[in-house]
Structures are given as C-alpha cells and as structure tokens.
Design a protein around this ligand. Structure first.
Ligand code: 26V
Length: 804
C-alpha cells in the first residue's frame, strides 16, 4: 500500500473519530487512528474469508478459554499484513515514529501465564493456516494486575487496559444473549415428553465484543469473541420505590461484576461463586451463539459434530459438557443418548497441569444453587458413569469414587471432561505420559484411544521475527525466507554450524539485544548492567514447583564463593528474574522478597557486583517478555521433574538463541531430543527418580547435613545477613510443618544445579563453543512452532482443514 493512501485513510479516520486534522492530532489520537485503519483492513479481509468458508460449508474450530494473553496487537497486525514499512514511512512524514505508537498500546493481559498465552499463539496460528476459528472468552474490564515491588513486597494494582486497549474491540450489542443463574427447575410431562423450565432465576446479559486476529501473509482473519456481563435493562428503574431502586442498582452491579476482573491465580482452586459465574456466563453465551450460527447454515444440530469442533482449554470451560447437553435436551428436544453422542463427538479437552491443587472442583451445594438445571444434568452424567464403571471395575469403590464426577460433596471438572470428550490431550510427551500412567490412569484404561499428546508450540513470528528483527534479518540473509512460513526451514542454519563469521554475527546480535535490555533495566531499576556478562534469565509465574528458589540459592552460593575468593576467575553474570505471584500465595511472595534482598546484597557489594548482578524486573507481561527474550543467553527451566506440563517460555528463549539450563521436565525433554546432549545443560533428578525418592522417603535434612555449601546458604536465610530473615522459606525446606518438607526437592537438586552452573560459566568463556550451541538451538526450534501444534490438533482432534 502506498504511503499516500495510508495518509489519506489516517486523515479521514482522524477527522471522523476526533474531528481534527491528522497533523493536529495528539500521539494518542494518531495511535487510535492507525489502529482503526488497520482494523478496517482486517474487517475487509475477514468478510472475504467468511464468505469463502461459508460457501464451502467448512468445519470451524471454537476455542473456549477463560484466558487469552493477547499482549499488544498493532505491531503483530502490521507485521502480518506486510504493512509495517509503509506505515512507518507514512508516519515519518508526520514526524511520528511508529515505535513510539507501539509503546502507547497497553497489553491485553486477559490471562495469567502459559495457558493464556498458548491460547493466543494458537489463534494466531489458526489464522496463518487459514483454519476458520473463533476464540471465546470474557472481556475482563481489569486484566492481570500490575505488579510493583515495594520494599521487597509484591503489590498489586488494577490494570485498566480498556482505556486505550478498546480500539481493537467491536461491540455487537444487538447479539447479546441471556444467561440464567439460580432459581428453580420445573419439570412436567407434555405430549409424552419431559419438559423443563427454569424459573425465578436471575438473568444476566452477555454482550459480545469482537477482536480480529490476523494471520501471517494470510487471507484469513479470525476473531476472538469476548463476552461482557450486563444487567438486563428492561426494568424501569424510576418505577421502583426507593428501596427497590437501591436493590435494582445493587443487582446491576452484581451482574456486571461477573466480567470485571480476571482471577489473578493459576495455582489454587478457591471455589469462589464469582468464578463459577464467569465460567457459566461465557460458556453458555458462547454455546448459544455457536448453536445459533450452526442453525443459520444447517437445518438441524445432528450435523454439529461434522461442522464444529469445540475445544475446552483446561477445565475452566468444562461447563460446555452439561450446557451443550442442556441446549440439546431442553431447547431442541433431543433424547439423552443422541444428545450425549453429539456432545462427545463435538467436544475435546486439553489438560495443562498435574498440580492437584489447580484441578478445578466445586462445592456441590454452591454449584447446585447457582446452576440448578446444570447440576441436575451433571448428577445424571455421574449416575450413568458410575453405573458403567460398576461393570468395568465391579466392586472397586475406591477407583469408582476417584473417577466420579461428583464425590465428597464436590463436582470435579476434569472428570466431567474425561467422561465426555472424544479426545483428551496433554501438552508435552512427558506430561501426556504422566496423564496416562498416573493421574488419569483409570480413564486411560477404559478408553485408551481418547488419549493423545500435542506438544505445545509458539507463534514464532511474534517471538522471533517481531521481537528480534536483527536476528530475523540475518536469518533471511543466511537461509532465505522459507522459515517465515515454515519454521522447520530454520534447520538450514545447521550448515553454518562452525562458520566463524556467522557465529560472530550471532554474538553481535545478542550483544545488541542485551544493550537494549540494559537500557530498559537502567530505566526501570536504576541498575547498570554489563552487556558482556552472561544474561541468565528466569521469567515465568512464580510458583514453588518452578523453583525460582533454587536459582536464588545458587546466587547466594556464588556470593559466598566470591566473598571467600575475591579473585575467582568466572565470567560475569547477570541473573534476571521477572515473575508475578498469585495475590494470595504467601510462599511465592516470600521468594520475591528473597530475590529482592539478594539483589540488594549482591549489587551493593563492590567485591561481588563486578562478577554478579541480580535484577528483578517488575510487572512481567507479554510486551516485557518480548524485550527480555532476545537478550537471553541462558534459559532457566528448572522445575522439579514431573510438574511443569510443558513450558513455552523455554521454546521462545531457544528460538532466540538462548541455551536451556534445565531439568528433564515438560517440553525440555523434546528440546533435549532436538538439540542433543551437547547443546543443553541438563541437571537434576528425572521424573522417575523423583518418584523413586518419594517412595524411599525423602529427607531434605540429610542433604543439608551432608553438603557444606548448601548448609551455608540455607543458614544465610535465617542469619539476618540478607537484611531481613526468611524463616518461613527455611522452614518450608527443612521441616515438616505443613505438607512435606521441601515438597519440590530443591535441596536434592542443589548440588547437581551448582555443578551445572559451573559448567555453564566455563563453556561461556569459549565464545565460539557457546555460540555453536546457540546456533543449534535456533536451528532446531522449528518443531516448537504453533503452526505444527495447531496442525496436529486440526488433523488428530478437530478434523478440520485450512481453507484454500
Ligand atoms: C488454574 C487455575 C486454578 C484455579 C484458579 C484459577 C486458575 C487459572 C489457571 C489455571 C491453569 C493453570 C495451568 C497452566 O497455566 N498450565 C500451564 O500451561 C502451559 C500451556 O500448556 C504450559 O506450558 C505450562 O507448563 C503449564 O504450567
């Protein structure tokens, strides 16, 4: 597109939206005008795409997820449309730097971490692969909280993203649907058929907002539909007496509270009514709209499984099972067997965690009270399931109870999905094996064909091409443009494995990206960091199983070693952390406080700070990850083996040339398979060894007593040298007061980790060797593209095809 054309579109938009000329517009107005012009372009492409797939009566994917961690959209859309250069040039005429506009855009932080970002990566990939897809979620007014660290403590502040982020959303008020909460169920017979009606319920309106999702160099534009809760406005407020008026306003606020805020936790089920309401609102509204759309094009719901693949992203949308059943039975008069058959063949479920405290369960009374009709259906599903299990496992009450959907006064969402969906998958080989061998073993036994694996993938055009333009430019020079469409083509880089000039260029690019990050760190933390030091990066949610603590204990160990021997010859290191903790997660917040204390100790000690620096970057989010990742040398993936379902940060770091320092957990296993022993730093117990050690009886105190280096750092926690004491952390490692001591085996893996870190240091001294490793990591990262992952879902689970 010519820049003149762009300028005229921008002028028109500016006048239309703000009543001013483009050259008088503020930066914010220019930003909005640019977004609106881009949005119009997406609308046109989308219309063409829709008419093509509708004509072909193509099957569609409906991706249901409570979270989509979209991040920013302007850069991504311009890049995908191939319009970045022309917009940059047009804006330059107005003395506007496109990069300044990028900075204005807030992240759409509608997710907590890996699960939400994965959903967004998959939407991008489906658009790039021309697969017709709609994502469904909630339009949270407040996304994931903004994090500040004050005196070492994490503080949470509201994220008012809609202020500027609303430009990408198109409301469709006319398509609002009603969702019913509470009340009673009335059942009666009519013409020999059971009739059902819910009465005295509280209605809430769900209003859809569309966000368009572009694909790379693709004629396909899909959309994300975000539901916003509204109180039905058909009550005449003025007609109420004063008391009722206040009550009406109160009800208004209660209805609208449903989509107010994203739950900022990914670690612990709390059984809060509001979260159940969020889930039902978005599930019910989405299914109503899917059904309506289907009936616009086909004459009955019999063909739903042939035309719609509904995907349940973790258990959060598991209410899809009873809600689809309800629609088929109550609204369309299907009998149970036929309705169940349609549900089974339409629905599929992905599990994203084995942590039992994160597997969703609802108190039965609360579920029944809020969703009376849905409860009846879940109870009937459970009754039939238990009958069936009684024939497979006669008399094995313990097993049947373990597999039941309702037991111990709780409704278990994972079992609901397992009982119904035609496919269930884990997100890495190891994780899928653990599902089959352990947590879902009994379901695997009765339906082995249901279970499959799809190893996660990333939208690498965002994580490599957009966030690391220098590396991308060089890759195009070295291996051509093929990798822009096909990530496997990155493998061509292998032919330069030992080419000195290529390795030097890789080093220069890394150095450049490190300088960019240094500037960011100087601005945000006021710390000067040496871009020649090793950038050792651990960025992810803060969770005990991810073991940020192991990383910190090693830094404390380094501190001691340097204090002991100030002339120690080691390459300088910068340890970089970024992580949000769930607001109510005490231990996680203690670990942040510890990182903060260690960074103060280390960075202020003249004998140490030349060799080691520690930086905690506040407010980790997609757009911050995009700055950190291109600058990383070492990717810390150090969870206790068996607990990290996959990880996707590991993939983003790898494709940017960082070398993994990790355990054999999640997708690290496949990363290891790709790069081989020589291009990864592996340490620690394997998943079977962890199991074995639990069985044998794990006693962290033995490690503490048997390892002087370890003992020294654990003692530092309680000695006061860190400025304050960290008694709770020490206690959680050594004593059995709540749960097992050192439940994540940090002490067991400490020595192995420290020795591997020493090897990392030695290796880095040989730059050529290190950048050999870095090159192999980039070259072998193609497997982890979301295009590959989505293609596997499309072929094996959804049975959908891209549109020609
Ligand atoms: C769980 C819960 C529990 C109740 C409170 C709210 C809430 C919100 C989210 C979750 C899901 C946690 C699961 C999760 O995020 N898993 C991550 O999924 C990534 C994508 O598959 C994967 O790479 C990570 O290893 C996995 O931890």
């Amino acid at each position: 597109m010519q820049k003149e054309k762009i300028l005229s579109l921008l002028s028109e938009k500016c006048m239309q939206s703000f009543g001013c000329d483009l050259d008088e517009a503020t930066k914010q107005q220019t930003y909005r005008a640019v977004c609106l012009v881009v949005r119009d372009l997406l609308v046109q492409t989308r219309n063409d795409f829709c008419s093509r797939y509708e004509k072909q009566q193509a099957k569609q994917v409906y991706y249901m997820s409570m979270e989509f961690l979209v991040g920013t959209s302007l850069h991504n859309n311009l890049y995908n449309l191939g319009l970045e250069d022309s917009f940059r040039a047009a804006l330059a005429d107005l003395n506007v730097d496109l990069d300044d506009l990028y900075e204005i855009e807030p992240d759409a932080g509608l997710g907590n971490g890996g699960l939400g970002r994965l959903a967004s990566c998959y939407m991008d990939a489906m658009s790039s692969l021309h697969i017709p897809a709609t994502g469904f979620s909630l339009r949270y007014e407040f996304g994931i909280f903004k994090q500040k660290i004050i005196d070492g403590w994490q503080m949470e502040f509201p994220d008012n993203w809609l202020d500027m982020g609303d430009v990408w959303l198109i409301p469709r008020k006319e398509d609002a649907v009603e969702v019913k909460f509470g009340g009673q169920v009335h059942e009666w017979m009519q013409d020999g058929k059971l009739k059902i009606e819910q009465y005295d319920y509280t209605p809430v309106l769900a209003v859809p907002y569309d966000m368009f999702i572009s694909g790379y160099d693709s004629g396909a534009v899909n959309k994300l539909v975000l539901w916003s809760a509204k109180s039905p406005s058909n009550m005449d407020m003025n007609a109420f007496s004063r008391g009722d008026y206040v009550k009406a306003i109160e009800q208004n606020a209660m209805a609208e509270a449903i989509s107010k805020v994203l739950y900022p936790a990914d670690d612990h089920v709390e059984g809060k009514i509001l979260r159940l309401k969020q889930q039902y609102l978005f599930v019910s509204a989405s299914l109503q709209s899917i059904v309506k759309n289907h009936l616009k094009h086909f004459d009955s719901l019999d063909s739903l499984p042939q035309k719609a693949a509904i995907h349940i992203n973790d258990t959060h949308p598991a209410l899809c099972v009873p809600e689809l059943l309800r629609i088929l039975l109550d609204d369309y008069g299907y009998d149970w067997d036929r309705a169940w058959d349609i549900c089974q063949n339409t629905l599929a479920y992905t599990n994203h965690t084995v942590m039992s405290e994160a597997l969703e369960r609802w108190p039965e009374y609360l579920f029944r009270e809020q969703l009376p009709r849905i409860y009846q259906l879940v109870a009937e599903i459970n009754r039939r399931l238990v009958n069936q299990l009684n024939t497979v496992y006669p008399g094995d009450l313990a097993k049947i109870e373990y597999m039941a959907v309702i037991a111990n006064n709780e409704v278990r969402m994972a079992n609901l999905c397992l009982a119904c969906c035609h496919k269930v998958n884990g997100v890495s080989k190891l994780h899928s094996d653990i599902l089959k061998d352990s947590i879902f073993h009994d379901y695997y036994h009765i339906a082995p064909d249901k279970f499959t694996n799809v190893t996660n993938g990333i939208a690498y055009r965002r994580w490599l091409c957009q966030s690391n333009p220098k590396l991308t430019e060089k890759l195009r020079e070295w291996i051509g443009d093929g990798f822009l469409h096909d990530a496997n083509a990155l493998e061509k880089l292998m032919k330069y494995y030992d080419k000195a000039n290529v390795l030097q260029d890789l080093q220069k690019i890394k150095r450049y990206n490190k300088e960019v990050l240094c500037n960011y760190i100087a601005r945000s933390n006021g710390i000067n960091v040496d871009p020649n030091s090793i950038f050792d990066v651990q960025i992810k949610r803060l969770h005990e199983y991810k073991r940020q603590l192991l990383n910190v204990l090693h830094i404390m160990h380094l501190y001691c070693v340097i204090k002991e021997n100030p002339n120690l010859d080691i390459p300088p290191r910068t340890f970089i952390f970024a992580a949000k903790a769930s607001a109510g997660y005490f231990m996680a917040k203690q670990v942040i406080r510890l990182i903060d204390a260690v960074s103060k100790l280390v960075n202020s000690d003249p004998a140490v700070r030349e060799k080691v620096k520690v930086v905690f970057l506040e407010d980790y989010k997609v757009s911050l990850a995009e700055i950190i990742i291109p600058a990383a040398d070492i990717s810390e993936q150090i969870s206790i083996a068996g607990k990290e379902a996959s990880g996707t940060g590991n993939m983003k770091l790898m494709i940017n040339g960082a070398v993994t320092l990790g355990t054999l957990d999640g997708a690290n296993v496949e990363i290891h398979e790709q790069v081989g022993d020589d291009n990864i730093f592996l340490f620690g117990l394997t998943a079977p060894e962890v199991e074995e050690l639990w069985k044998k009886g794990y006693n962290p105190v033995e490690y503490y007593n048997g390892n002087l280096e370890l003992r020294r750092v654990i003692d530092m926690l309680t000695s006061g040298v860190l400025g304050s004491r960290f008694d709770e952390i020490a206690k959680s490692l050594l004593t059995n007061s709540y749960g097992a001591a050192d439940a994540y085996m940090t002490l067991a893996d400490f020595d192995s980790y420290v020795r591997k870190q020493e090897e990392v240091g030695r290796t880095y001294l040989d730059k050529r060797k290190f950048f050999n490793m870095s090159l192999v990591n980039i070259a072998k990262a193609g497997l982890f593209s979301a295009d590959r992952a989505v293609t596997e879902y499309a072929d094996d689970i959804w049975q959908v095809k891209g549109i020609k």
